[in-house]
Write a protein that binds this ligand. Structure first.
Ligand SMILES: [Zn+2]
Length: 416
């Protein structure tokens, strides 16, 4: 494991090089998280959200990311001067609900600029309001106190505001958690493009912003039956294709999340969400008798596999059942991915590599669950076979979303 100090040195070097070779102002967004490994679903979301704020406020361009013990770090370039950029970033750190949880550094070819360089006060500690440097020096707050505060702040932010805003943030959080899995098993993730040549991490971050915004709109479109919901889903797919230059990043996710959302909206209790999804999804089985074509429908015609349509028609019993149980044991998304891959009939895998490869993937995933195969070796096997486990990835993200619905049900329904 690389030490944080080594990584920091490497990053300083990178920042200096880019700032001097680009002639622009470099902005670095990183989580303000304690400990020797800062990667997790909460801290990743903080970096992602604040980088988006920086991008929008300064017309900055995201150019690079690292995902290691320092957490998810995003690097952006802006044409504006260092002073202007720093003032805007200080404003984001001070006013965005997640701003205190990140450090936004600003550098150009002459070096970095601090708050005190601009005549501003240094940053306050996010727990006790003393100066942050004083608390760090005296180790005033324990690891558990800080990490708990961090995750609570993020979860409060996710459910704040209107229902539409909460849905946008919760779905974006879930899709990002899936993208930032440490192993993608042939899918694009934060570390590699997996088996794909036509898309990368940035294709997905752009898609997440577009698609999650669309999910928020479900509260006002009045898609009260399956056919209206499908019409809305097709429009959202078109927006996704516009955002990605025609690449399918989240088609499967749009299908699953819209049904989950409609189930949430029409349910009377958390326990009733599954039943509502089941009721709304009933017409989905008509697809099997129709003329339309898709990976899922071909898998049914050739192999009798019901796939994600079958799951939806049952109210996603595994997603709200076994998968959710695995997730909530320790929030290890690699472990959850293996559980899903060993169980789900992922029609993306059949499409790219055939039914025999799907069965082999399932048995290899079971071996990996028991520790008999290394997850890195399984990832290499997927890439060698040109397999992308996209259907399983959708279910992993959707399981995170199911957890968020469960934990926040009453607040989302306006009962708290
Ligand atoms: Zn403090």
């Amino acid at each position: 494991m690389a030490s944080i100090l080594d990584l920091r040195e490497k990053r300083d070097e990178y920042e200096k090089n880019i700032a001097s070779s680009s002639g622009k102002t470099l902005i670095t967004v990183r989580p303000n998280y304690p400990g020797s490994d800062k990667r997790n679903i909460h801290s990743n979301f903080v970096s992602f959200s604040l980088a988006y704020e920086v991008e929008s406020a300064l017309e900055a361009e995201a150019i690079h990311r690292t995902h290691d013990e320092e957490g998810l770090i995003l690097f952006l370039l802006s044409d504006r001067s260092k002073d202007v950029v720093k003032r805007t970033c200080v404003d984001i750190e001070d006013s965005h609900p997640l701003g205190r949880l990140a450090d936004i550094d600003v550098t150009d070819d002459e070096g970095s600029l601090s708050r005190t360089d601009l005549g501003l006060f240094p940053r306050k500690c996010y727990i006790c309001e003393d100066y942050a440097a004083a608390c760090t020096r005296s180790a005033r707050h324990g690891y558990n106190e800080i990490t708990k505060f961090f995750s609570h702040t993020v979860e409060r932010y996710l459910t704040d505001g209107t229902l539409a805003a909460a849905i946008e943030k919760l779905t974006s959080f879930s899709l990002l958690a899936e993208l930032c899995r440490e192993t993608g098993f042939g899918c694009v993730n934060v570390e590699s493009n997996g088996s794909h040549k036509d898309m990368d991490f940035w294709t997905f971050t752009g898609s997440i912003r577009t698609v999650s915004q669309g999910f928020g709109e479900i509260t006002s479109v009045g898609a009260n039956d399956f056919y209206n919901l499908r019409k809305f889903g097709l429009e959202l797919e078109q927006r996704m294709f516009n955002a990605t230059g025609g690449i399918n990043t989240h088609k499967g996710a749009i299908f699953i999340y819209l049904l989950m959302l409609q189930g949430l909206l029409e349910s009377s209790s958390y326990g009733n969400v599954k039943e509502e999804i089941k009721r709304i999804s009933r017409p989905v089985l008509e697809d099997f008798g129709g003329q339309n074509d898709s990976n899922g429908l071909r898998a049914y015609r050739q192999h009798g596999i019901l796939g994600i349509r079958g799951e939806a028609a049952g109210g996603f019993p595994k997603l709200f059942g076994d998968y959710l149980k695995v997730l909530e044991e320790d929030f290890d998304l690699t472990r959850l991915s293996l559980a899903v891959m060993s169980d789900a009939d992922d029609t993306n895998v059949i499409h790219r590599a055939g039914i025999d490869s799907l069965r082999e993937l399932q048995s290899k995933s079971r071996l990996a669950q028991r520790g008999a195969i290394d997850t890195g070796a399984l990832e290499s096997w997927c890439i060698d076979k040109n397999i992308s486990t996209g259907g399983s990835a959708d279910l992993v993200g959707a399981t995170v979303f199911a957890h968020l619905i469960k934990n926040n049900y009453r607040k989302l329904k306006g009962e708290i």
